[in-house]
Design a protein around this ligand. Structure first.
Ligand code: NCD
Length: 318
């Protein structure tokens, strides 16, 4: 059961759709561990990765996912493209649409830009992060990582720490983990909490030690300085002291707590390097591995819906 035409966010997904996607992703985790990593779920299809914002892991993860499913994958280096010459987002979309892609993976610095683009094209669109709005595949890969590490994806205490206000990762995770009925905590300075944080159904802590008590999952976030326009934090040193994850603070969480980070990580700012590398707690490398599998599952499911839709259109036409 997965009905969506596009994957623009976690918001419209039903819990059963999330579970369907994660279950399929499990099969791709197995495939990706084999020497021959090949499926033909997207054979003959064209995937275009359109990244208006810099990305290393997300773009390479989508590229690898598409290739392992047999798609023809093209990366558009938008930063050096016609966008620099003043072309609008919609013109870029319509130009690409004329090349008949089947899957379009888009990252953009404006919230809502990916949805706008999805309304103009005939293919399936996957949101690889739009502004501070949503980053659905990140939340799904985090969910798969948590489910594998904890054996379940419900009734867990999850603490998300750091720059919540500027984070699409936090937003998508809050929506997903909320749908799956977990206890959610947000930890960070008041200046980095989103407006209306009280309505999100989370517990909010400025004191990290309080917020970490008994947590099963500790998710650390980078300070998204590119989205800050002033003095949100005192200094990195002071920030690390109060909200950086170190062994002493982690000891307050559940003994078997897992530590997560979407990357890129700033060691010594939001997380101590030793914690990030501690194989007893850190699942940061697993997150990267799950990322490829989750993106394969998402593209596979969207491609099935696309085929069904086009098949129905074809029948209607003849
Ligand atoms: C995140 C993003 O781009 O939103 N990174 C990622 O996709 N792995 C988080 C970040 O940039 O800090």
């Amino acid at each position: 059961m997965f009905r969506a035409r596009h994957l623009l966010g976690i918001e419209p997904l039903a819990p059963a759709e999330i579970t369907t996607l994660l279950d399929l992703a499990e099969t791709y985790v197995d495939l990706n561990r084999r020497t021959v990593k090949r499926s033909d779920a997207l054979a003959g299809m064209t995937q275009i990765n359109l990244f208006f914002e810099n990305s290393t892991r997300t773009q390479s993860s989508f590229e690898l996912a598409g290739k392992r499913l047999g798609a023809d994958v093209m990366n558009m280096a938008v930063a050096q493209s016609s966008v620099k010459k003043g072309e609008t987002l919609i013109d870029t979309a319509l130009t690409l649409n004329a090349m008949h892609p089947d899957l379009l993976v888009v990252r953009h610095n404006q919230s809502g830009a990916v949805k706008l683009l999805a309304e103009k094209v005939n293919c399936a669109v996957l949101n690889a992060g739009d502004g501070r709005h949503e980053h659905p595949t990140q939340a799904l890969l985090d969910a798969l990582t948590i489910r594998r590490a904890k054996g379940r994806l419900h009734r867990l205490t999850v603490a998300i720490c750091g720059d919540i206000a500027h984070s699409r990762v936090a937003r998508s995770n809050l929506i997903l983990l909320g749908k799956m009925e977990n206890r959610l905590r947000l930890i960070g300075p008041a200046t980095l909490m989103p407006a209306g944080v009280g309505d999100l159904g989370c517990e909010v802590y400025e004191d990290m030690r309080e917020g970490l008590k008994g947590a099963d999952v500790v998710m650390m976030l980078r300070l998204q300085k590119e989205r800050m326009d002033g003095g949100f934090i005192p200094s990195e040193r002071e920030y690390y002291h109060r909200w950086g994850l170190d062994a002493e603070k982690l000891a307050l969480a559940a003994p078997d707590a897992i530590v997560m980070h979407p990357g890129p990580m700033n060691r010594g700012v939001e997380i101590d390097g030793t914690i990030a590398d501690d194989i007893n707690h850190s699942v940061i490398r697993d997150q990267v591995e799950m990322g490829v599998a989750v993106r394969m599952a998402a593209m596979d499911l969207l491609a099935r819906n696309l085929r069904a839709e086009r098949g129905a259109q074809f029948v209607a036409e003849v």
